[in-house]
Design a protein around this ligand. Structure first.
Ligand code: AMP
Ligand code: ZN
Length: 115
């Protein structure tokens, strides 16, 4: 059966993506429309729509996401110059895919505050 959620389809290999990391808890792949030279999405295998839906039992998952971010930032050689991590939550923050994912962006300068 075709799944409705785009990132569930990517996780299930039904929709192609350029994976840079896979483990039991999550996958990471290149964003289709990169907003920086490095733009990766770190995405739990578990379908969690937004950060608002996180449960206490997801604490280990969230910790693991940031360990993987650290590894990917080093791998991409953006760890020293700097990088940004973003969870967009709901429409007001520009969330367009309702499956939890952390953006890892690097390779250029970022302004603050963000738009
Ligand atoms: P957000 O707007 O925070 O929900 O982020 C969703 C991200 O998914 C955007 O940066 C999109 O460019 C990206 N995206 C959409 N479709 C795909 C796809 N098929 N493969 C990889 N990234 C995608
Ligand atoms: Zn999903």
């Amino acid at each position: 059966m075709q799944q409705a959620c785009l990132f569930c389809r990517i996780i299930g290999y039904d929709t192609p993506a350029e994976f840079v990391h896979e483990d039991d808890l999550l996958v990471a792949f290149k964003d289709l429309r990169p907003q920086a030279p490095v733009h990766l999405l770190i995405c739990p295998r578990k379908h969690i729509p937004t950060l608002n839906d996180l449960m206490p039992e997801d604490n280990a998952l969230i910790g693991h996401i940031f360990q993987v971010v650290k590894k990917l930032a080093m791998q991409s050689n953006i760890h020293q110059k700097g990088y940004r991590t973003v969870f967009n939550v709901n429409a007001g923050a520009g969330q367009s895919v309702y499956h939890l994912h952390l953006h890892l962006l690097g390779g250029r300068m970022f302004s603050w505050p963000p738009g």
